[in-house]
Design a protein around this ligand. Structure first.
Ligand code: GLU
Length: 288
């Protein structure tokens, strides 16, 4: 089987050295293994993504001397495909409309914590969504949906996990060390949102659907997405999608030890280029 790699940036800012590391790793690994290298534009969130950034991504990657297969998949053009996946999960009774606002959840968390209670949090530190609406009366839910109340479609995590029965959910992590099977625990995230009122689909849903549709065999991405992998593996099992091999690479940090961000100009590829850096300087800086 031909190995298929992909670099999947979101056009919500300029690429920085961390993106260069990801893109070059994927590109070079594809070359080494006689595989394919795809570029996917993850522009599912219309609030944050801009076509100007997409054009700048192409420009930066070309400057790095990377080439990829055409046509490039753009997630905003495939919303129906993600909706089909959501419908499939809905048909399995695994998703429900969730109406609590962020402010309401925040208030509840603050109340509980003021009383000395402990609200469970996900690996990013965000409080887990309350589970009471899993049991919302379907007639009431239908009325609220019809009235156009703001909502998100969430995965009933307990029900989703119990569907796997006795099966152990794992992923194969490869990297500098020997490949290792990692135990995946998606329950860490609680009832994840799969479809948002303000943006069609979610990162989790669209990424697993696309990786499968594009035949991606190797997911090579930053450590910041390591803890998303349990959710991706769960969705892959539920939707009957193939399992890729994963490699979560180290993150580049700035001088203060912080993860690089798209707003940090000093490590932006464009800023570095304008300051006279060459593509080999970039490769040196990311020590490939
Ligand atoms: N679009 C995601 C990002 O820019 C990456 C998705 C992935 O590699 O799985 O962070």
């Amino acid at each position: 089987m031909t190995p298929v790699f992909r670099f999947a940036p979101s056009p919500n800012g300029d690429l920085h050295l961390g993106h260069a590391l990801s893109a070059i790793l994927n590109h070079d690994m594809a070359r080494e293994k006689n595989g394919r290298f795809l570029l996917r534009i993850e522009d599912i969130d219309p609030q944050r993504c801009r076509p100007e950034f997409e054009a700048r991504i192409f420009e930066d990657l070309r400057w790095l001397d990377l080439s990829w297969e055409e046509p490039v998949r753009r997630q905003s053009e495939h919303v129906e495909t993600y909706r089909d996946a959501l419908d499939k999960l809905r048909g399995m009774g695994l998703v429900y409309p969730a109406f609590l606002s962020r402010a309401e959840v925040k208030r509840r968390v603050a109340d509980l914590e003021a009383q000395g209670g402990d609200w469970p949090r996900d690996p990013d530190g965000t409080p887990l969504y309350p589970t009471e609406e899993r049991e919302l009366d379907p007639a009431l839910a239908a009325t609220r949906l019809k009235a156009g109340d703001r909502h998100l479609w969430r995965l009933n995590m307990d029900k989703a996990i119990s569907r796997l029965g006795q099966e152990r959910l794992t992923w194969l992590e490869t990297g500098d060390a020997a490949p290792e099977r990692i135990q995946a625990n998606p329950a860490l995230w609680g009832d994840v949102a799969l479809w948002r009122w303000d943006a069609p689909s979610s990162y989790h849903l669209s990424v697993v659907v696309d990786d499968a549709l594009q035949g991606v065999t190797h997911v090579v991405r930053g450590r910041d997405l390591y803890w998303s992998t349990p959710v991706h593996r769960l969705l892959q099992r539920l939707l009957d999608l193939p399992e890729p091999i994963y490699l979560h690479h180290r993150l580049l940090l700035d001088d203060n030890g912080q993860k690089l961000s798209k707003s940090l100009q000093s490590t932006g590829l464009r800023a570095l280029r304008e300051a006279g850096a060459t593509p080999s300087d970039i490769r040196r800086r990311i020590t490939l």
